[in-house]
Design a protein around this ligand. Structure first.
Ligand SMILES: [Zn+2]
Length: 77
């Protein structure tokens, strides 16, 4: 499997959408994981990046929830 990746390149698919800009990718063949870093480049998904992503995800979800609440209340009044 790893030989396939080194010959033909990794076969990444999005495994998790963290925010609208940050995603996590997993190679279907060798399970190597990448993520988008703060520069918008792809980098190895290390435990440190996993931690950053979970914080980002929480912030993103909270912000999304809040904007939905706002939309809801403005539709009432
Ligand atoms: Zn691979």
């Amino acid at each position: 499997m790893k030989l396939y990746c080194s010959l033909f390149g990794h076969n990444y698919e999005v495994s998790k959408k963290v925010t609208s800009h940050v995603k996590e990718y997993t190679c279907k063949c060798c399970k190597r994981q990448l993520t988008t870093n703060s520069n918008g480049d792809l980098t190895e998904l290390t435990p440190k990046f996993k931690e950053i992503n979970s914080i980002l995800e929480e912030m993103y979800l909270r912000r999304t929830l809040r904007s939905q609440e706002k939309a809801y209340s403005t539709s009432i009044y």
